[in-house]
Design a protein around this ligand. Structure first.
Ligand code: SF4
Length: 319
């Protein structure tokens, strides 16, 4: 039996106990693919709320959106308070429910390196100073990470567990154009290589079922991601949610979501090739509320997860 290393197991091996990710979403952060710097409207599937189901459960401190790229950042203090408040709320719940005592602060929503370096330094350092935090996981885009930020993360990584998470989605530029990604694959490749040169832990995010992609294309994206030297991979199916450009395309019959069978087949084919030292952070995703338009199977993430595990097992893979 081939055993897949989960991200949870990787962290447990390293820290001697389970480490819990605490997702954070701060006011003022946006995305260059939304605010007009690269494009407007964002990726065709993006409705950022749908990425943050946990955060929707906690009260967020609401505030006006500020321009983080201006030299002045009068609301940095507010962001620091939000960070502390969200961390306390969620970590206390994890402590209560799971007896958790080690955490990774996960800068999840939008593009978390898209701000002046001084702002980022203060936020990252604040996160690392919170109780029982062993490191950071920073979600970002490959076109929004400067050498300066990577150098700072490299310094932090000497003492802390530092992960940087890039959305790769597909290695095919024609697909990236179709989803209005705003950057090409070469840009992702360069950002990952620069991160790896600094020994940062890199997680690559892939989506299966992107418009007009064949099984062969999904497998090629997976192979190339492995070849780039990432340390961890997240995969999820492309699903259609309300208030997105993809929803319009779906309703006009211009996009058909991947079937559960095809998705699972591609996961199995990918995991057969997965090197033992690359961990898996996510194997599927779903939206368990009425904003999900299609496919129906993405409504029940647990059921899909069970089917994936079963199919992997049938193919000699333990997950
Ligand atoms: S990069 Fe992320 S936040 Fe920005 S538009 Fe795409 S999915 Fe949304």
């Amino acid at each position: 039996m081939k055993k897949i290393l989960t991200f949870g197991e990787y962290l447990k091996d390293k820290f001697g106990e389970r480490v819990y990710k605490v997702p954070i979403a701060l006011s003022g952060f946006t995305c260059p693919n939304i605010d007009g710097s690269v494009a407007r409207g964002g990726c065709t599937f993006c409705e950022n709320d749908s990425f943050n189901p946990i955060l929707n459960q906690v009260e967020k401190i609401k505030g006006i959106t500020l321009n983080l790229n201006s030299k002045e950042n009068p609301l940095l203090e507010k962001q620091l308070q939000e960070l502390q408040f969200q961390f306390q709320t969620l970590s206390k719940k994890l402590e209560r429910d799971y007896d958790a005592s080690k955490f990774l602060v996960y800068f999840q929503a939008f593009t978390n390196t898209y701000a002046p370096i001084e702002t980022l330094k203060k936020l990252y350092l604040k996160a690392l100073s919170l109780p029982n935090v062993v490191g950071l996981s920073i979600g970002t885009r490959s076109d929004s990470v400067s050498d300066e930020v990577l150098d700072f993360l490299e310094t932090l990584s000497k003492k802390h567990e530092i992960w940087i998470e890039f959305g790769i989605q597909s290695i095919f530029d024609e697909t990236l154009e179709k989803i209005n990604r705003g950057h090409n694959f070469q840009n992702v490749e360069e950002a990952i290589l620069k991160s790896r040169e600094r020994n940062l832990n890199v997680c690559g995010h892939l989506i299966y079922g992107l418009p007009d992609e064949s099984d062969e294309m999904m497998q090629q994206s997976f192979d190339k991601t492995v070849e780039l030297g990432v340390n961890s991979i997240k995969i999820h199916p492309l699903y259609v949610v309300e208030r997105t450009a993809l929803a319009n395309q779906y309703r006009k019959g211009e996009f058909s979501p991947i079937s559960e069978e095809t998705y699972i087949k591609n996961i199995v084919d990918s995991f057969k090739k997965l090197p033992e030292d690359i961990s898996i952070q996510r194997v599927t995703a779903g939206v368990e509320n009425s904003t999900l338009i299609s496919p129906d199977w993405c409504f029940n993430k647990q059921s899909s997860f069970g089917k994936i595990r079963k199919e992997l097992y049938k193919n000699g893979i333990l997950y």
